[in-house]
Design a protein. Structure first.
Length: 186
């Protein structure tokens, strides 16, 4: 669904809350921690993350994926930190193993299970508001933009048609409007 649709989840803007989420998930389940870390450091949609296998990510600097939503083939550079997380997580796993293996057999966890993992962790650490699996992608985008201020590059990474769509998508427009209105007075 597009930016204007019902998908109104928010990015996690506060780095301390991201750290708290990581800590909580790491204590709960390494798989769940890795799902969160992978999502916020790759910028991929959950539908593109869940079917990944070890062979798709091990010993690679780039991911080559066919996006489920668009059908486009994308080559995505992994950060050095993400490469290190991948190496640690996949050690001892078979190349054909799913990264996010379900407890119900040889298949990845479902989107619903991924949502439950992220949502439950957010509630435990006190994050309020609309949180879901898309929060991972939006969190990546929000912090990428905050660090680089390069909306054109982020637009390209996300495959958006305009910078304004990208800014609205990651919640920057809301932040700017709220700041302006807070200071406005006649």
């Amino acid at each position: 669904m597009g930016v204007k649709g019902a998908n109104t989840v928010e990015p996690i803007r506060d780095p301390d809350q991201i750290r708290e989420m990581k800590e909580h998930l790491l204590h709960k389940s390494y798989r769940d921690y890795f799902l969160f870390a992978f999502g916020i450091n790759s910028g991929l949609r959950i539908g593109d993350i869940l079917p990944l296998r070890v062979m798709d990510v091990a010993s690679a600097t780039h991911l080559r994926i066919k996006e489920q939503k668009t059908g486009k083939i994308r080559k995505v550079r992994m950060t050095v930190a993400l490469q290190q997380e991948v190496a640690k997580y996949t050690k001892g796993l078979a190349a054909s193993d799913y990264l996010f293996l379900s407890r119900q057999g040889n298949k990845p966890i479902s989107r619903v299970m991924a949502w439950k993992i992220i949502n439950e962790a957010a509630r435990v650490v006190g994050i309020e508001g609309a949180i879901g699996t898309h929060t991972l992608r939006k969190t990546f985008g929000y912090h990428f933009y905050q660090r680089t201020k390069d909306v054109a590059m982020l637009q390209e990474i996300f495959g958006h048609s305009s910078p304004s769509i990208t800014l609205r998508y990651i919640g920057i427009n809301d932040d700017i409007i709220n700041q302006a209105m807070e200071k406005f007075s006649l």
